[in-house]
Design a protein around this ligand. Structure first.
Ligand code: PLP
Length: 439
């Protein structure tokens, strides 16, 4: 039996309620808050709230804490850097911390070709840099993106984001020139076809109905994609999808921009999710788990593409030395503790347990994922596949109150143990049963 979770007061407790009230009066209401979890501290796979409750963390700081909360190696690297210097704008001067992380990133990203790295502070900035670089290098203005995508919320990346109308409402005009095409969401195929009988019509459609009909291919700089859609519902493309997309890109000389902000840094059991499809992108975006929660974004490109000149793109804080040493420590920890292997092992077990639960449930429609990037799609019934978003939210809130924190798409820290997985899954699957029974 696991010692966790430990619920000492039904959440949200009094201290959490007080803080939330204050937050509501001071903080922008545009943030997305899942439930009133008010964090006091974290260690490994456990997060503690201000009222003393200790939860098994299946949120991983929203996919940022792949090596767990406050990994001692990461904390030691940060402390030691803090004693040396906190900032000295990599945009204008030099320091070894960025070079050292760039060296590591060019080793762990797919492709043995020479690479160069642009450092920023976040996922959206990593995508902005990729888009600007693609424009600069190709001198072309058009892009293809995907319906259901999430690439960030600044105007450039928002032009590619297409998973919820709220993200875009009232913000038009966005960056012109982005055409969205259907993502290979086999459980709900936009073409109402079935894999594998569809013969990847979703790729041929881009060729025959988009590039040959109304988006002039010679003006398209790149295809921007997530290897597994995150915010869009943890949608995993079928086995040959990206090989075929690459063939299409090669046919028309388009760059492939792979947004690994959520799926990267080991989350799927490989350093980068696109490796599951054995494709080497031209430009790759990283953030979230890169520096274990410290702000850091990286845009890694084939060296020959990074031909822009001084002043064409830069960032005062991008590549902050404290964040960079945290990034190097994260890579070391993932390697030393064999966390890629653990993600594959524990993820396989989680999928198996949800598959078993699905057999006995009418509201678990689909279980999918790679490594520890796992989504469980809730439906009103398996026949209609009508999305059951309210039920999913209720399961999420109940699981939290009982000590397993999870958002509607699950992703734990890569260092999660079988014991904690079992404890959390017992709670979550129990909550599914309860909600199903009450319907
Ligand atoms: C795939 C993907 N790209 C980009 C972003 C934006 O990252 P940030 O919130 O750091 O700007 C996210 C955030 O969830 C993401 O999941």
């Amino acid at each position: 039996m696991s010692a966790y979770p430990k619920i000492v007061v039904t959440p949200p407790g009094p201290k959490a309620r007080e803080l939330v009230k204050k937050d509501e009066s001071l903080i922008s209401p545009s943030y997305v808050r899942f439930y009133p979890l008010v964090v006091e501290s974290g260690k490994g796979c456990i997060v503690k709230d201000v009222d003393g409750n200790e939860y098994i963390d299946f949120n991983s700081g929203v996919a940022c804490l792949n090596v767990g909360h406050n990994h001692p190696k990461v904390v030691a690297a940060i402390k030691s850097q803090c004693d040396r210097f906190l900032h000295y704008s990599n945009t204008d001067f030099y320091y070894r911390e960025v070079v050292s992380l760039a060296e590591e990133l060019s080793q762990i990203t797919p492709g043995t070709f020479e690479k160069k790295v642009f450092f920023s502070n976040s996922g959206t900035e990593a995508v902005e840099a990729a888009v600007k670089l693609a424009k600069w290098h190709t001198r072309k203005q058009l892009f293809l993106g995907f319906i259901g995508a999430f690439h960030g919320r600044t105007i450039g990346s928002l032009s590619f984001t297409a998973s919820k109308p709220t993200q875009r409402r009232y913000f038009f005009p966005l960056m012109p020139g982005v055409t969205h095409v259907p993502y290979p969401y086999c459980y709900r195929c936009p073409f109402k076809l079935t894999y594998p009988d569809c013969h990847y019509w979703c790729v041929d459609f881009i060729d025959e109905f988009v590039l040959q009909k109304y988006v002039p291919a010679e003006d398209v700089a790149a295809i921007v994609f997530e290897p597994i859609q995150g915010e869009g519902g943890y949608v995993v493309p079928p086995p040959e999808y990206f090989q075929r997309l690459k063939k299409l890109a090669d046919k028309y000389n388009l760059l492939l921009v792979d947004d690994e902000v959520q799926a990267g840094m080991g989350r799927t059991g490989k350093w980068f999710a696109i490796e599951h499809w054995n494709v080497e992108p031209d430009i790759l975006c990283i953030a979230k788990a890169l520096a274990s929660g410290l702000p850091l974004g990286a845009t890694v490109a084939k060296a020959k593409l990074m031909d822009w000149v001084g002043g064409s793109h830069a960032s005062t804080f991008g590549g902050n030395p404290v964040s960079c040493v945290a990034g190097n420590a994260v890579i070391e920890v993932v390697n030393e503790e064999k966390l890629l292997e653990n993600a594959t092992r524990q993820g396989g077990y989680i999928v198996k347990r949800f598959e078993e639960a699905k057999e006995k449930s009418e509201i678990i429609g689909d279980v999918r994922g790679k490594g520890l990037m796992i989504g469980v799609e809730m439906v009103e019934d398996k026949e209609s596949k009508k999305p059951a978003s309210e039920k999913a939210s209720e399961i999420m809130r109940r699981s939290w109150r009982r000590g397993a924190v999870v958002v509607t798409c699950g992703a734990s820290t890569l260092c999660i143990t079988r014991e904690l997985v079992d404890s959390a899954l017992d709670i979550i699957i129990d909550c599914v049963k309860e909600v199903e029974k009450e319907a």
